[in-house]
Design a protein around this ligand. Structure first.
Ligand code: MD6
Ligand code: FE
Length: 212
């Protein structure tokens, strides 16, 4: 590294907050998109409901040893898809290693995802502020990869009504949420009606987790 006198991490990585790291245009979008397409052929995107019975506007599916799931019985990780009765498709090794290597660069060596939740946004769809807290070990980060139409990712901090920080996320960007950031509220603003060569008018987001 040329500028290692002045930086502790690679120059292409930006630490936006303690524990929030942004890698711009980091991934091979085609490799990640292939994993999404092959997953949805087996387990299509579906709308789940919250424990309170509200429809979740972002549709989702999963890869890995377990998948995030929500219905009247609660938020949880399921080893078998409750709808199809099938195992979730495996996370392809080529994309899992990209995610683990990125995590290692910012101090999360040994991060091996056992679950990847895949979100699909249509124009007009937003993701309300939330904290991901269904995972067993909060010392493990969550690694997010964005594909297709750009969106504004929002970080609110420890309180849902905190001062909001807007981060535009574009296709190929990788974001790591670790350490103190694991307890930050975050969400995604309503998707604009735009098109992208990879996904037409959709935004796809993959979040890699150590759930169990
Ligand atoms: C999204 N991402 O970008 C939703 N959660 O569509 C998340 O909810 C998220 O990007 C935890 C860690 C990173 C994330
Ligand atoms: Fe989240």
């Amino acid at each position: 590294m040329q500028n290692d006198l002045f930086s502790t991490i690679a120059p292409e990585i930006e630490e936006l907050f303690p524990g929030v790291f942004l890698f711009r245009s980091y991934v091979n979008e085609q490799d990640f998109m292939e994993a999404v397409i092959s997953t949805t052929k087996k387990i299509p995107f579906r709308h789940m409901v919250t424990p309170g019975g509200k429809k979740i506007n972002v549709s989702g599916t999963s890869m890995g040893d377990c998948g995030w799931y929500s219905d009247r019985r609660g938020y949880r990780y399921e080893r078998i898809d409750p709808i199809t009765g099938n195992n979730w498709p495996k996370i392809p090794k080529n994309i899992s290693s990209v995610v683990s290597n990125a995590a290692k660069k910012v101090g999360f060596g040994g991060f091996i995802p056992d679950s990847c939740f895949i979100n699909c946004y249509k124009p007009g769809v937003a993701l309300t502020a939330h904290i991901d807290q269904d995972e067993v070990d909060f010392s493990q980060p969550i690694v997010s990869v964005s594909l297709g139409v750009s969106a504004i990712f929002q970080i609110f901090g420890e309180k849902r009504n905190g001062k909001v920080i807007n981060i535009p996320l574009h296709s190929g960007d990788l974001l790591i949420f670790g350490g103190p950031a694991r307890k930050f509220y975050h969400g995604v603003k309503k998707l604009k009606d735009q098109t992208h060569p990879l996904t037409n008018n959709l935004r796809i987001n993959l979040t890699f987790r150590r759930a169990l």
